[in-house]
Write a protein that binds this ligand. Sequence first.
Ligand SMILES: [Zn+2]
Length: 86
Amino acid sequence: MKNNPFSFARPPAGIPQDAGQGREHFRELDATELYCPNCGFAVPVNKFLLLVLPDGDRYEYRCKYCGTKVGDKVDRSGQFYGILKG
Ligand SMILES: [Zn+2]
């Protein structure tokens, strides 16, 4: 990346970006688009934290347009609890 000849086109860090609130940059690395059965196509989703369990946090994905639940997942964080428990 450092030797990319096109990198000069990127604006340097530190430029104020107040106008956009940075929303374009807030992209989850996992599942950002899922098929919504109500809308009938792949939609951007909102991620909601449902439950915090000892072996992981349970999340739910909902359609950004109509709010229909389109998926869920459990984020395992067991290794941290394992360390804490000893
Ligand atoms: Zn939808």
